[in-house]
Design a protein around this ligand. Structure first.
Ligand code: TYD
Length: 194
């Protein structure tokens, strides 16, 4: 099984994915917890303009295509793969920047889906940890971490995340407490594995 976690920074996806790894390991599964981008140099992408959006789209795709082969190998060995971010991150983060090239949301998403065809591996389920940027930026600042993204841009990213038609997307209200969020995740996984 291939499970992806998505959401803006500070939404809790890394915490929940680690909890899920432990939950599945306790039940005897061999779990690989991975994340994107694999290339550390892509961790602080430029979100400045359409041209950068375009460039970053291809960089994240290249990163993903190389990541895909190791994930496919793990899945072939019968492991559960959990990825903290996957293709939906590219649609949500790079889409808003490229919109000025394509005119509107529909055309932008259509173009990105067409250009994503090399990514054959799709998650069995994608959990979208949804919270407003005001909440997530507050959490990041509380932890004294660097919030390098702006609220206005993250609001657009969130819109793309929510609006994108995506197979087996489970939206979790990330403002609820951790136990409640995690219960949604385990309930979904248990049902899928039954
Ligand atoms: P992440 O590693 O989750 O951030 P952190 O440094 O807090 O652990 O993600 C790095 C950044 O890259 C994040 O702002 C989201 C962005 N990103 C994209 O813009 N497009 C993508 O396709 C991916 C995977 C990430």
């Amino acid at each position: 099984m291939f499970i992806a976690f998505e959401g803006i920074d500070g939404s809790g996806k890394s915490t929940i994915s680690s909890l899920l790894r432990k939950y599945l390991e306790d039940r005897g599964w061999n779990v690989v917890l991975t994340h994107e981008p694999q290339d550390q140099s892509l961790r602080h992408p430029s979100h400045e303009d359409a041209m950068n959006g375009f460039l970053m789209f291809y960089k994240f795709m290249a990163d993903r295509v190389s990541h895909m082969s190791s994930m496919e190998k793990s899945l072939g060995d019968g492991k559960v793969v959990i990825s903290d971010r996957y293709l939906l991150s590219t649609l949500a983060y790079q889409g808003p920047l490229m919109e000025s090239f394509f005119g509107d949301y529909q055309r932008t998403v259509q173009w990105m889906m067409d250009a994503s065809r090399p990514v054959k591996l799709m998650p069995d389920v994608t959990f979208l940890m949804d919270a407003s940027p005001a909440v997530t930026l507050g959490r990041i600042r509380e932890k004294k971490k660097d919030a390098f993204e702006k609220e206005e841009y993250l609001t657009r990213v969130r819109e793309y995340y929510l609006r994108c038609k995506w197979p087996n997307k489970v939206v979790i209200e990330a403002t609820r407490n951790l136990e409640e969020c995690f219960a949604v995740v385990t309930g979904t996984i248990d049902a899928l594995m039954a």
